[in-house]
Design a protein around this ligand. Structure first.
Ligand code: C2E
Ligand code: MG
Ligand code: MG
Ligand code: MG
Length: 286
């Protein structure tokens, strides 16, 4: 690490703050070169049908492996990339790579790509997505874009209009980490999401029979059904959690129980005995 060991009598708290800022700065410099140095890769985590357990899609999750910092968690470097205005080029790499790699999978299997608010407000975003679909030949119906409620927090960025255009292109749109942001049901009235992804905290609570978590998942599933949206339960790790989710009626499940985020060749391996008839092609409720 680039910690400055140079001595001197410092205030006890000063060096810590200094190291923190210095580490951020050094990491930002490394992040600027990461695309050119091909330090990014995508891992894919299966999203399975709650009914059949069949693979319906994968979520693409970005990984950064740097010689100095090792494997850096996206929870750490995505905010840094946003602050450094690097999320647009990095996000373009993610979109193009995910679309290309999804072409190796059976034609019923979707790929979900996370998109930040800064990307959505980039004026070239839609052109970039269309170009990624054209270059890869991936049908729009096989792409899913994941956004969080935070995109609605900014006034005047035209987020709703961009989301409408995503839907008009035939791309699936999901609302990630539902229930953890400042949810306003007004957004669900304005935007026809394909899927609501129920955050892992509710899934864990429901399996522990926490009445509030149970009530919230039940209500979200009922609401999604009436709105013609699907539901995915995030972060199911145990058999108890999976059983509870199935009982509560979520359509899809994603979590370590069925598979951790994995390298592209491991994702491909899952299709050795793939039965395309075991999964439905359409996400939306009839
Ligand atoms: P997310 O979109 O909610 O992705 C799900 C996260 O939950 C992933 O963490 C995944 O590894 C983790 N997860 C899945 N199943 C389980 C489980 O059963 N138990 C536990 N404990 N965790 C589970 P990951 O890969 O560290 O990504 C963290 C976040 O970073 C993502 O949350 C997403 O917000 C962001 N992110 C990842 N890749 C990208 C990207 O390409 N672009 C953007 N803008 N954000 C990304
Ligand atoms: Mg996500
Ligand atoms: Mg999520
Ligand atoms: Mg989450």
């Amino acid at each position: 690490r680039s910690k400055d060991q140079g001595g001197g009598a410092h205030n006890q708290y000063e060096p810590k703050l200094h190291v923190h800022a210095e580490e951020r700065r050094v990491m930002e410099i490394a992040l600027r070169k990461a695309l050119d140095n091909e330090e990014f890769s995508l891992n894919y985590q299966p999203v399975v049908s709650a009914d059949t357990g069949g693979v319906m899609g994968f979520e693409a999750l970005l990984r950064w492996t740097n010689p100095e910092f090792g494997v850096v968690s996206p929870a750490k470097f995505i905010p840094l990339a946003e602050d450094a205005r690097l999320i647009v080029p990095i996000g373009e790499w993610v979109m193009r790579t995910a679309c290309k790699e999804a072409m190796n999978w059976p034609s019923t299997v979707k790929v979900a790509v996370n998109v930040s608010a800064d990307q959505l407000s980039d004026p070239n975003f839609l052109d970039m997505v269309v170009s990624a679909l054209q270059d890869s030949q991936l049908p729009a119906q096989r792409l899913e874009i994941e956004v969080t409620e935070s995109i609605f927090m900014r006034e005047g960025t035209g987020a709703t209009e961009v989301l409408d255009q995503i839907i008009a292109l035939g791309i699936n749109l999901s609302l990630d980490d539902f229930g953890t942001g400042y949810s306003s049901l007004g957004y669900l009235r304005k935007t026809r999401f394909t899927t609501i992804k129920v955050d892992r905290s509710f899934v864990q609570g429901a399996a522990k029979k926490v009445p509030e978590s149970l009530a919230i998942i039940r209500a979200v599933v009922a609401m999604a059904d009436s709105l013609g949206m699907s539901t995915t339960a995030e972060g199911a790790e145990t058999e108890e959690e999976v059983k509870m989710i199935q009982k509560l009626g979520c359509r899809k499940i994603q979590g370590y129980y069925f598979g951790r985020p994995m390298a592209p060749h491991d994702a491909l391996d899952l299709f050795r005995n793939f039965d395309p008839d075991a999964v439905s092609q359409d996400d939306r409720a009839a």
